[in-house]
Write a new protein. Structure first.
Lengths: 204, 323
């Protein structure tokens, strides 16, 4: 018989999916802008620029919601990688992804209402959400208001380092997103974790 | 039509006359230091009146100060300009020697094509198709835009910021001022608000600090210099990706004079632009792009591979369990 545990409150689920939508839109338009080619436009440049600006501001607002919501609800604690034995737990988790899952072994650290994330998730989510994301959002805001970028840096336009950091950070988020979606299939059933992210209930 | 033909014929006759009379030409060698001292001294005489100082403290009584105000020359700007080593009298010839200047002195004023004959012929063909010729052919001359006491050609300015500042000032002096616009424009023609008609362009004013109006408002067919066929909004470039792409048209325009210098500096495409602007889509680093695309593909392939192995091992286990 399947057991159900309520894991995710509505605000987190709403934030998660809005955030996901914003990131998909920003990725598609960002790629169109960066690899802009008049003969092969993914999204036409000026349209892509407008969409990217709006979606970028939405992402910044969503990030503020995420941070404030986490503080108010105490959910921030979930993201903190907890040191004693963390490396060992990460290795165990990697062994599961690399070997165990092919043998049909059970998830070594299944989610509980107290501890939502396994050690690997906590480390990754924390890095993405508290390191990479703010950097990408801040550099994006400077891109939106380039007058705040330094005029010149090392004899080159001051926007160049901002642009490079934004580009690399965004690429890291995109790589994370691909793996994140795939790891979403690693629940008790392929669909379990996606269902949980929609309904808030973890079934196992 | 007849007028145009007369103008052309006039131009050809003038060219022939110039060829015979060994004229002053734009490519003549610069004056020697001794000649330059003489030129500067002679120009100083003119500037006694035709300068801010002259206007404030006229060296002579009875000057028409209102008229004088319209004919001031800023010495430093003039000295730095393309004509800065020339004597005023090279262009302001007969009738300008004494004051008051002769009533018909202006008629003897040299024309640009007297020295710039070849250039003028090429440019005139382009100008005839421009929006300025269409609406203002009677009043519009080279000097309407190119004040000969101020201009420096882009090739000599080199610094794109300086080129942009000089050239955009020319356009904006009229197109961003109701008074100046009304002086030139046909009657009843109202000046459209420059920011409003460009509101589609993101970071409009920042664009104008980084690139020239003519980057978009001229066609790109002329390989020798920027075309003088200034086009209105119907024909002007509106595709962002013309500049914002690996093969950016800025290379053939604003940055044409720096092309040979800084190609592929730091491994960036269009690196020559980077010293002044980061242009999304144009100033890219192909190596970084390759690394990130590689990582992305590796992740996708890794995920698909992992998924396939999972499917296969799950099936194998199931069939084993059935056995």
């Amino acid at each position: 018989m399947t057991k159900r545990i309520f894991m995710l409150p509505l605000w987190i689920r709403l934030w998660h999916w809005s955030n996901a939508l914003a990131i998909i839109i920003l990725s598609v338009t960002g790629i169109s802008l960066h690899f802009s080619d008049p003969n092969l436009p993914l999204v036409e440049f000026s349209l892509a620029a407008r969409i990217h600006n709006v979606a970028g501001v939405c992402l910044a607002v969503l990030y503020a919601v995420f941070v404030i919501g986490n503080i108010l609800s105490g959910n921030w604690w979930q993201y903190v990688p907890k040191p004693p034995g963390i490396i060992g737990r990460c290795i165990k988790q990697m062994q599961f992804y690399g070997i165990g899952i092919f043998k049909g072994e059970a998830e070594p650290f299944p989610p509980t209402p107290e501890v939502n994330f396994n050690a690997l998730q906590a480390v990754t989510y924390w890095s993405i959400m508290y390191l990479v994301m703010p950097v990408v959002i801040l550099t994006g805001l400077v891109f939106l208001y380039p007058q705040f970028a330094p005029d010149h840096l090392f004899g080159l336009d001051g926007l160049l380092p901002i642009a490079l950091v934004h580009y690399i950070g965004a690429a890291v988020i995109l790589l994370f997103a691909v793996s994140h979606i795939y790891l979403g299939t690693m629940g008790p059933k392929v669909s379990s974790l996606f269902k949980m992210m929609i309904t808030g209930w973890y079934e196992h | 039509m007849l007028e145009k033909l007369q103008k052309r014929l006039g131009g050809i006759l003038l060219l022939l006359a110039l060829a015979v009379a060994a004229p002053v030409l734009a490519d003549d060698p610069p004056p020697t230091p001794e000649e330059l001292v003489k030129i500067r001294a002679a120009n100083g005489e003119c500037l006694k009146c035709h300068s801010e100082a002259g206007l404030k403290k006229p060296p002579k009584e009875g000057l028409d100060l209102k008229k004088l105000r319209e004919h001031l020359v800023h010495l430093d700007t003039f000295t730095a300009s393309d004509h800065g080593q020339m004597a005023c009298t090279k262009c302001h010839g007969d009738g300008y020697d004494d004051h008051p200047h002769a009533a018909k002195a202006k008629e003897g004023l040299s024309e640009c094509q007297d020295c710039h004959a070849r250039k003028a012929m090429r440019i005139e063909r382009q100008f005839d198709k421009s929006v300025h010729a269409e609406n203002l052919s009677d009043t519009f001359t080279c000097a309407t835009c190119h004040d000969p006491h101020v201009m420096t050609v882009a090739e000599k300015l080199r610094d794109p910021h300086k080129i942009v500042a000089q050239d955009n000032k020319i356009c904006l002096d009229c197109h961003d001022s109701d008074i100046a616009f009304a002086k030139m424009a046909p009657e009843k023609k109202k000046r459209p608000a420059i920011d409003d008609i460009h509101s589609w362009l993101p970071n409009t004013r920042l664009h104008w600090k980084a690139v020239r109006c003519v980057e978009c408002h001229t066609p790109s067919e002329d390989k020798l210099s920027l075309s003088h066929e200034i086009q209105n909004k119907d024909k002007a470039e509106k595709k962002c990706a013309t500049c914002h792409t690996a093969n950016s048209s800025l290379n053939a325009r604003l940055y044409r004079h720096l092309q040979t210098e800084e190609q592929n500096k730091y491994g960036f495409l269009n690196s020559v632009i980077l010293s002044n602007s980061y242009v999304v889509g144009a100033t890219r680093n192909p190596s970084l792009d390759l690394i990130l695309i590689g990582l992305f593909l590796a992740t996708v392939v890794g995920v698909i591979g992992h998924g396939l192995v999972r499917i296969i091992t799950t099936r194998l286990r199931r069939s084993k369990n059935h056995d």
